[in-house]
Ligand binder design. Structure first.
Ligand code: ADP
Length: 488
């Protein structure tokens, strides 16, 4: 499936059930070596037009199938992804820079599970009904698929986040045109090869590869795409909102975070420290849910910091395909530079870097010397106003600061433009409830991190997004509701 030795892997768009070559291509890099290894179609308006047409043509038949039939097809697709789990994991790790362990245990199992989950949940929705006896009327709601869904996904969890959109969209009876990130397109292309075998009719899932400003924007501006589900940066979301406004499109926007961890004196540090290391550095810190501001109550601040830094130093950075490695490569040279600059800026402002970037030596195998690697980095003595405490860094960098009171820490945790995820560590149940209610955050994890029930809403407040996704929320987003009244 993958290219032989040095031959470049060349991807093709998937439109109307066929792989179609493109007239121009973008170079895609292997982040762990810095080499170009893949060519990604540089699609534009023409390719998007063809994909939307194929999706429109497929809509009448797909949308009229019964949910059970669609459910069986989604389950079959999940089976096929699971069958090829190892090949998908290898490809995701090579394309994105993430460790093979993370791809094997998180990305690909979750991609398969996304299909399985929506295959099941689509069978269990009920609509509302009310009776108005005095008028001799019953009212009920009916939900129908919207049409062609435009799906735009990012590079950090490529197949995981793409399937989190495709699965509910097609389960609800929509057809889709998806555009994965130009930096991580390979696993989406591999999945296209499984669609026919799973029984997905031609035109139900179309994938157009290319740049955001060209292919992505053509999709956002297409008049026959009434709905856009986007995961990515807040800046791009603003552009998408602007460009789709003349069409009054329905938008779901899952954006960045500047997520706090609040650790009270009575926290169980034996649980808190390993989990907070994961929440800071998992997937190289390239998860919108990663912790990047750690507030520790004064009484345990020194102990926490000492233990946290000692453990962070044990995280092994290196070749992502080595199963003993904890931190792989960052997505691109530009992104690595951006993340490093945040550390430099913090130092210039007087903050202290306790481990990682600029402090410890990065020891890389010979084949990875040109890869985009960075050690887990812990910054302290940093002000709340600093850009490292305000802006999303999206790398293996976390800041640790002290606080005194509950009231104070809530205010400081809320003092950023984002509101995606927070973690609270305490054994006092009353306090946990009080704090969770007051945090401006779409998700609050207490004494844990990244434990998800896909039934429940996922999404952010403030600059972290608009809308929620989950069993019920995705169903509502990907369907139109109408109220029907019958008088007897
Ligand atoms: P990042 O800045 O982290 O790379 P982006 O928000 O730019 O994140 O990217 C997320 C997704 O949005 C990618 O698939 C990207 O190609 C796409 N994208 C970027 N710019 C636009 C745009 N103007 N219109 C539509 N999609 C875009």
């Amino acid at each position: 499936m993958m290219a032989q030795s040095k031959a470049l892997l060349v991807l093709e768009n998937f439109i109307g059930g066929k792989f179609i070559p493109c007239s121009s291509y973008i170079d895609s890099y292997n982040p762990s070596t810095g080499d170009v290894y893949c060519k990604v179609p540089d699609s534009g308006k023409e390719e998007v037009e063809a994909a939307v047409k194929a999706a429109k043509d497929a809509f009448p038949i797909w949308s009229s199938k019964c949910p059970l039939e669609r459910s069986q097809i989604l389950n079959k697709l999940a089976d096929l992804i699971e069958r090829d789990l190892e090949a998908f994991a290898q490809a995701e790790s090579k394309d994105q820079g993430k460790t093979i362990t993370f791809a094997r245990t998180v990305d690909i199992p979750r991609a398969a599970y996304n299909f399985r989950f929506f295959a099941s949940s689509i069978l269990h929705h009920v609509t509302e009904c009310t009776e108005m006896a005095t008028m001799g009327c019953v009212h009920y709601t009916s939900r129908v698929p919207v049409g062609v869904a435009g799906l735009i996904s990012p590079w950090n969890l490529p197949l995981y986040l793409l399937t989190w959109k495709i699965a509910p969209a097609i389960a609800c009876g929509n057809t889709v045109v998806a555009k994965p990130s130009e930096m991580t397109s390979v696993t989406a292309w591999m999945m296209c090869k499984l669609l026919e075998k799973a029984g997905v009719p031609h035109g139900v899932v179309n994938i157009v590869f290319g740049m955001g400003a060209k292919a992505g924007e053509a999709l956002v501006c297409h008049p026959d795409v009434p709905l856009i589900s986007f995961t990515g940066s807040t800046l791009t979301a603003q552009r998408i909102a602007e460009k789709s406004a003349p069409h009054c499109k329905r938008l779901s926007l899952e954006l960045g975070g500047k997520n706090p961890a609040i650790i009270f004196d009575d926290a169980d540090l034996s649980q808190c420290i390993p989990t907070t290391l994961r929440s800071s550095f998992a997937n190289q810190g390239e998860i919108c849910l990663c912790t990047s501001r750690i507030f520790v109550q004064r009484g345990i601040y020194s102990e926490f910091l000492k233990r946290f830094v000692a453990e962070a130093k044990k995280w092994k950075t290196g070749n992502p395909s080595d199963p003993t490695v904890d931190v792989g490569a960052l997505i691109s040279k530009e992104h690595l530079e951006k993340v490093r600059n945040y550390v430099k800026k913090a130092q210039a402002e007087g903050a202290r870097v306790l481990c990682g970037e600029g402090v410890d030596a990065l020891d890389l195998p010979p084949g990875n010397q040109k890869g985009y690697f960075m050690l887990p980095t812990v910054i302290t003595e940093v002000k709340d106003e600093s850009c490292c405490m305000q802006e999303e860094i999206f790398g293996p960098v976390t800041c640790v600061v002290a606080f005194d009171t509950e009231e104070e820490v809530i205010k400081r945790a809320n003092g950023v433009k984002y509101g995606l995820a927070a973690t609270v560590w305490s054994s006092n149940v009353g306090r946990v409830h009080r704090v969770a209610r007051r945090l401006q955050s779409g998700l609050v994890w207490t004494n844990c991190w990244l434990v998800r029930d896909l039934n429940l809403p996922f999404g952010g407040m403030k600059a972290s997004g608009i809308g929620r996704e989950g069993a019920k929320d995705s169903y509502e987003f990907f369907t139109e509701v109408k109220t029907i009244t019958i008088k007897h």
